[in-house]
Each structure stands twice: as structure tokens, then as C-alpha cells.
Write a protein that binds this ligand. Structure first.
Ligand code: CO8
Length: 384
């Protein structure tokens, strides 16, 4: 008979044997971001004063730091270029083009996080057979970012890109674990470089505060071959997707075939935040509860939840539904106040920063959710 649960007898146990983090040198506080946005609003309304007066145009409204912190829990974000984003005449990062023989900026971020992850896993490039760059937006169409990262690190074997928006890291983790388990690679490096500022509309009051830039990386290999002190057994993974237009970006190579749409806001990140909140919280909470039950892991066994970092209120609700009670702050660490939403990297940052104190045998849950919709759940158990 067909199985009804995601529980599979574990053939060969897989491990996440080390993680890494690259944090950009520049950051923007809510105060700085809102001041720049409000100056843009002031200039815009002044420039259109007549039309606003005549009632043919609506004035733009100011943003507020109080709203941002209360609605999202975000207080700050790291970025690859602060000056361009904060300039009310520009309001997007300025990252000069690099020659083809120079490493591209997205690959550079990935390589930095990757070196950190290799060190944590006690692995060298020659131990790795595959590289995945799993992230929300690739810098270019081809060659794959992952192949450039592979080349920069001197890794043999194969590499490819994959994009499942905010869930790219958990989907990449499962893909890598499946390939290693099947014997197609000894170990795989998964990188999540996210330059979210490249596709965030800093002129949109509803979302200008949401995202930051960062890169994370981790190594997947067989549990019995990992000897690093930082290794976690991957007890089980579960993925889910369900189509939704509530988070969407229409940028793409067909844009030039429809020149009337070029430069329109829908070619950047757009969302119906309230709908996302209402639809995704129950979807993710149900998925996590079912995944734990399928694997015989009672919620009381969970030492930590490394949840997707989009909104602190969403995380509180999800953690409450999973644990059946209010989470203690250290049980479900939040990195939103410092990093903002970093798309696929968010839960990996939480894991990277808040897992070292746990002991052999401790169980934790890594979770992602976002555009698609997409959601991923990974049960991890500390090996040493
Ligand atoms: N300042 C002051 N007031 C504001 C602002 C602002 N900046 N923005 C909105 N308001 C006002 C609104 O106008 C509204 O006023 P009124 O009540 O008078 O109409 C009021 O505040 C409430 O607005 P909302 O209902 O929009 O506020 P919410 O409480 O819903 O909070 C959030 C908005 C924070 C966006 C919230 O809805 C949220 O976080 N939702 C979930 C979003 C989410 O998780 N999305 C996942 C996206 S990430 C992802 O999938 C990856 C995509 C790929 C990466 C893209 C990189 C760029």
C-alpha cells in the first residue's frame, strides 16, 4: 500500500556538518531608512503639489519607525550599498558592473559564507563533489552562479542554481541530502547569497523596510563520515508548495518583449502582506505539527526552533502552535531586529548563530516559508 506519511526508514543518515555566514559591512537602521523615505515623500508631494491640491493625485504618506518595529520586528538591515539606497534621488543600491574576469558580487558573498561553512564542517574543497546556489534571485541568467562559486573554491564535480524564493535553503538542503544519499556526491555545499536590496522597491511604503542582504552556506554529507563537532543529523525533511500571487516579482527576460511594462513596480518585489500573513501561518504550523508527528518527535522534545525570519508576529504565532504554549525567546531565536528579512538565508542565520550551545542528542526544527507559496521543514539532531 502507498505510504501516507513522510516517514521513511532511514537508509543512510545524512548530516548538516557545518554552516557559514557572510554579513555585509554596511547597515541601515530604521531611523535612517525612514528618514530617507520620508524625504522622498516630501519631495514627491512638493513636486506634485498642484495635482494634489486639485485632487487629481493622492499625496504619498510618510513611513514610521514605530510601525516598522511593531508590524515586523525589524530594526536594522545589512546592505551591500548603503549610499545609493538612502539617497532620495536614487533609492536603490549602486553596485558597479564588474568585468567578466572578476568574481561577481553574488558569487563573492556566497564564497565568503562557503569558506566559513567548510571550516565549520572541517572540510576542504577536495572533499566536496557538488555546489548548489539556492537563493531568491540570481544576479544573471547564466552561467550558473553555482559554477562560478565552484570555480572560485576549486571544487571538482558539478554545480547548479535553484530558486524557491524564501524556501531556497531548505529545498536546497533536501536536494543535497537526497543526492548524497543516492551516492551521486560525497558531500555538497549549499550557498544562499541574498542581495534582496537589488529587488526591493525602496519607494514602496508597504515594503521598503522588509529586506536585507546577507549570505549563508552549509555542507551536507553522510552522518557517519562527518567528524566535525558542529554536525547535526538530518532526521527528516518535508517540503510543500502551493501557488499564490500574493508575493510576486515579474522581472524577467520577456520584459523587453513588453516594453510598456519596463520600470513598473511589479518588476520588483510586491506582496499582499496581510494575506500572506493570514494564509501562510496556518499552512506552515499544520505542516510542522504533522512533520513532527510523522517522525515521532513530540514538541516537548524540541530544544530550538530556527524559524524563517520574515515577521516576528508570524514567528510567535507559529512557535505557539507548534509548542502548544508561548515560546521562550531563546527557544525560537529572532534575528529580524538586526538582519531584517534575508529571504532564504534567515532561518540559516538563526541556526548558525543559535545552535552551538546545544548538546549531543538535542533536537531542533529548521523552517522556511515564503513566495510560491513554499515551505520547508527540517528536523535536526545534534550528533556530538
Ligand atoms: N509606515 C507607517 N504605516 C504604514 C507603513 C509604513 N511603512 N506601511 C503600511 N502602513 C499602514 C498601512 O497603510 C495601514 O494603514 P490603514 O490601517 O490606515 O490602512 C496600516 O499601516 C497597516 O498595514 P498592513 O495591514 O499592511 O500592516 P501589517 O500589520 O500587515 O504589516 C507586514 C505589514 C509587516 C508586511 C506584514 O503583513 C507581514 O510581514 N506579512 C507577511 C509577509 C511575509 O512573510 N512575506 C514573505 C515575503 S518574503 C519571500 O517570500 C521572499 C521573496 C523573495 C525575496 C524578495 C527580496 C526583495
Amino acid at each position: 500500500p502507498r505510504r501516507t506519511s513522510s516517514k521513511v526508514p532511514s537508509v543512510t543518515a545524512m548530516a548538516l556538518s557545518g554552516s557559514g555566514l557572510f554579513t555585509p559591512a554596511q547597515s541601515i537602521s530604521n531611523e535612517e531608512l525612514v528618514a530617507s523615505f520620508n524625504e522622498f515623500v516630501r519631495r514627491h508631494n512638493a513636486a506634485h503639489a498642484q495635482a494634489i491640491e486639485a485632487g487629481t493625485m493622492q499625496p504619498l504618506s510618510a513611513s514610521s519607525t514605530e510601525f516598522v518595529m511593531k508590524a515586523s520586528g525589524i530594526g536594522n538591515r545589512y546592505v551591500m550599498d548603503k549610499a545609493g539606497i538612502l539617497d532620495p534621488d536614487i533609492m536603490c543600491p549602486r553596485l558597479p558592473e564588474r568585468a567578466n574576469d572578476q568574481i561577481s558580487v553574488l558569487a563573492e558573498m556566497a564564497v565568503s559564507a562557503a569558506r566559513d561553512a567548510l571550516k565549520a564542517a572541517d572540510r576542504k574543497p577536495e572533499d566536496i563533489d557538488g555546489v548548489l546556489v539556492a537563493a531568491s534571485n540570481m544576479q544573471r541568467a547564466y552561467p550558473a552562479m553555482a559554477i562560478e562559486v565552484q570555480e572560485a573554491l576549486g571544487i571538482e564535480g558539478f554545480a547548479f542554481d535553484m530558486n524557491v524564493a524564501c524556501s531556497s535553503a531548505t529545498f536546497g538542503l533536501q536536494a543535497a541530502a537526497d543526492m548524497v544519499r543516492a551516492g551521486n556526491a560525497r558531500a555538497i555545499l549549499v550557498c544562499n547569497p541574498e542581495i534582496c536590496s537589488g529587488h526591493l522597491n525602496f519607494r514602496d511604503r508597504d515594503s521598503h523596510f522588509i529586506f536585507g542582504d546577507v549570505a549563508t552556506a552549509f555542507v551536507i554529507e553522510r552522518a557517519d563520515e562527518s567528524d566535525g563537532a558542529n554536525a547535526w543529523e538530518i532526521v527528516s525533511t518535508k517540503l510543500k508548495t502551493k501557488f499564490s500571487n500574493n508575493i510576486r516579482n515579474n522581472f524577467g527576460f520577456l520584459n523587453r518583449a513588453a516594453p510598456e511594462g519596463i520600470g513598473k513596480p511589479d518588476k520588483l518585489f510586491v506582496q499582499e502582506g496581510r494575506k500572506v500573513f493570514k494564509e501562510v501561518v496556518p499552512m506552515v504550523a499544520e505542516m510542522l505539527v504533522a512533520h513532527l508527528a510523522d517522525n515521532g518527535v513530540p514538541a516537548s522534545d524540541l530544544k530550538r526552533l530556527w524559524l524563517h525570519q520574515a515577521n516576528i508576529n508570524m514567528n510567535d504565532l507559529i512557535a505557539r502552535k507548534v509548542l502548544g504554549r508561548d515560546p521562550l525567546p531563546e527557544e525560537a531565536p529572532n534575528i529580524l531586529a538586526e538582519y531584517a528579512n534575508t529571504s532564504s538565508a534567515g532561518s540559516v542565520i538563526a541556526f548558525h548563530k543559535y545552535s552551538e550551545d546545544l548538546k549531543a542528542g538535542d533536537t531542533g526544527l529548521l523552517c522556511s516559508f515564503g513566495a510560491g507559496y513554499s515551505a520547508g521543514s527540517v528536523i535536526l539532531r545534534k550528533l556530538q
